[in-house]
Design a binder for this molecule. Structure first.
Ligand code: NAD
Ligand code: UFG
Length: 337
């Protein structure tokens, strides 16, 4: 069934891949993005991939009047809400901006939805809501603990959405807790594109592979993990995008809300990621072990069975495929504007 979908943050990394997946599933999608963290060229690239004109509203999710006009014009059936600030370190220096955009923006979107009578939402949450988990692989029932203001905004968002559904059963929300998204679209036309020196491992490794940075700093090799380096559940962004299509189908089809992890259920260490990227780019990537990064968790791996049961979601792509598509993207995407 075709749905008319508002995709906030749809020009960003995960949003742009989800746009492609939603179009492929036959939905009509309108992107809303203020381009605070996205290139202006993304819509044109999405047109190249989908072969269809892309509808974009350039605006801010905190602008209720603009949202009302968009709902009146397009009559959305559902919203997929990506728009947020996402840099953990920055959230410690600018916490109020994170509460404003991530919590205030979500509230404004929900209010506009309520006014328009549209009560189906897919929400981008994160494995970071688990803090330092007691159990790994981590199940959805694990306790939620914020490690920083960014994580707190995701917990608040989840709690608001939980109460909203309890208060009014007409609401149905899919809360998707992403583990570590990586890789790029097979076309190499869209991918992760950090403006500054990347904080996250995969884009950092990509810059070293390109020769733009000298070497990878591995943050600690004395964790209680098989090789001592941090372990994460990397998930290909195209798999992640497909998870949103399934979440939406569940919301629209059955009206059933859900909270699920989106991960592979399998962890890889920092050294394994570097080795996989070396295979992808076919060059040696220098690295050096330095101290642990403050606030880092040793292991984040998803319990992935609930997403399989509730959504029928299973990942398909491997770490090697994430690295190969990332390399294809960064080695052809230089000079993006
Ligand atoms: P991104 O920065 O690439 O995408 C976010 C998009 O939202 C950008 O295009 C940005 O321009 C837009 N945006 C920001 N503020 C806005 C505002 N006020 N109004 C309108 N648009 C605005 O980030 P991403 O990696 O694609 O993340 C998408 C979502 O997934 C976020 O909610 C993020 O917190 C969540 N998430 C990301 C990761 C990750 O590792 N990438 C992990 C877990 C969860
Ligand atoms: N790492 C390095 N060197 C780097 C960057 C990272 O060794 O230059 C290590 C980290 O210590 C960690 C692993 O690589 O062990 C992954 O680190 P990332 O920064 O790529 O990812 P995180 O798991 O720390 O955090 C990311 C997002 C969070 C999100 C979380 C979900 O930044 O917002 O994934 O698991 F919550």
């Amino acid at each position: 069934m075709t749905s008319r979908i508002l995709l906030t943050g749809g020009a960003g990394y995960i949003g742009s891949h989800t746009y492609v997946a939603l179009c492929a599933a036959g939905h009509e999608v309108v992107i809303l993005d203020n381009f605070a963290n996205a290139r202006r060229s993304v819509p044109e690239r999405l047109e190249q991939i989908t072969g269809r004109p892309v509808r974009v509203i350039t605006g801010d999710v905190r602008d209720g009047a603009m949202l009302d006009a968009a709902f009146a014009r397009h009559g959305f059936d559902a919203v997929v809400h990506f728009a947020a600030l996402k840099a953990v370190g920055e959230s410690m220096t600018r916490p109020l901006d994170y509460f404003d955009v991530n919590v205030g923006g979500l509230t404004t979107v929900l209010q506009a939805m309520e006014r328009a009578g549209c009560r189906r939402l897919v929400f981008s949450s994160s494995a970071t809501v688990y803090g330092v988990p007691d159990e790994t692989p981590t199940p959805e029932i694990a306790e939620l603990r914020a490690m920083n203001p960014y994580g707190q905004t995701k917990i608040i968002g989840e709690q608001m959405l939980g109460w909203l559904q309890q208060a009014d059963p007409r609401w149905a929300v899919g809360i998707l807790r992403y583990f570590n998204p990586a890789g790029a679209h097979a076309s190499a036309l869209i991918g992760e594109d950090p403006r500054d020196i990347p904080n996250n491992l995969m884009p950092y490794v990509a810059r070293v592979a390109l020769g733009a940075l000298d070497r990878i700093a591995v943050f600690g090799d004395d964790y209680d993990t098989p090789d001592g380096t941090g372990v994460r559940d990397y998930i290909h962004v195209e798999d992640l995008a497909r998870g949103h299509v399934l979440s939406l189908a569940r919301l629209v089809g059955s009206g059933m809300g859900h909270v699920v992890n989106l991960g592979t259920g399998r962890g890889h260490s920092v050294l394994e990621v570097i080795a996989a990227y070396q295979r992808a780019c076919n060059r040696h990537l220098p690295h050096v072990i330095i101290d642990r990064r403050a606030g880092d968790v040793p292991i984040y791996v998803a319990r992935a069975d609930k997403a399989a049961e509730v959504l029928g979601f299973r990942t398909e792509k491997t770490l090697d495929e994430m690295c190969a598509s990332s390399w294809q993207w960064v080695s052809t995407a230089e000079g993006l504007t």
